[in-house]
Design a protein around this ligand. Structure first.
Ligand code: PRP
Ligand code: URA
Length: 208
């Protein structure tokens, strides 16, 4: 699949296995979502723009770089929120723009309930954060919103993806790379990823 990146990093796969486990409590689940968010965003940002920068060390000059791209993190509420803190530890200057969507349980279509983006974009690159890419409705709707806002470079960073959601993203937004810890088997009859991890929002927030 072009433009889809499935992590092969042992740390990611180890943490994902713990995350899936039905016996993992919300506190540990949140910790794992935070850590996996950071690891996957690290992998997803290998092509960020830089400019040369010379710094003086106690021993002389060193040629280095500094980041030139301004980064926006766009967590899809609620479940994407848990990925933000870990990514912020790596990119403390990233701006965070929340998009609120929930999936209608009957139609499985996303319903927008929160969006406070300013009139024009303030960043060059947006990382859309959501643990679950199921039908792809929420992710594609968020990318639609960001493209209308005017952002050109968008990446989706999630933990688990179903083939159905990946196909939807690739069809509607072929320019958006998809970074995942794992591609799972399929969606069940109520739109849940199998084997998946259950409801990512409920497991983080102790609801449901
Ligand atoms: C979950 C998940 C995604 C969406 C994925 O959110 O966090 O946003 O479903 O499904 P899709 O690919 O079929 O759109 P949910 O709607 O359960 O809301 P929540 O995060 O508030 O629990
Ligand atoms: N949303 C979730 O939280 N889990 C799924 O498996 C699908 C959508």
């Amino acid at each position: 699949m072009s433009n889809v990146f499935e992590s092969t990093h042992p740390l990611v796969l180890h943490k994902l296995t713990k995350l899936r486990d039905v016996n993992t409590e919300p506190k540990k689940f949140r910790e794992l979502v935070r850590e996996l968010g950071a690891l996957l965003c690290y992998e997803a940002t290998a092509d960020l723009g830089t400019k040369p920068l010379t710094v003086t060390t106690p021993m002389g000059d060193a040629q280095g770089v500094h980041l030139t791209d301004r980064i926006g993190l766009v967590p899809i509420l609620r479940a994407g929120l848990g990925m933000v803190e870990g990514v912020w530890e790596l990119m403390p200057n990233a701006e965070v723009w929340h998009i609120g969507l929930y999936r209608d349980e009957k139609t499985l279509r996303p319903v927008e309930y929160y969006n406070k983006l300013p009139v024009s974009p303030t960043v060059e690159v947006c990382l859309v954060l959501d643990p679950m890419l199921a039908t792809g409705g929420s992710a594609t709707a968020t990318v639609d919103i960001l493209k209308k806002w005017g952002v050109r470079r968008i990446k989706f960073v999630g933990l688990l993806g179903a083939p159905e959601g990946i196909k939807a993203m690739q069809t509607q937004h072929p320019d958006v790379p998809i970074h995942l810890a794992k591609i799972d088997s399929h969606l069940n009859e109520i739109g849940y990823i199998v084997p998946g991890l259950g409801d990512a929002g409920d497991r983080q927030f102790g609801t449901g």
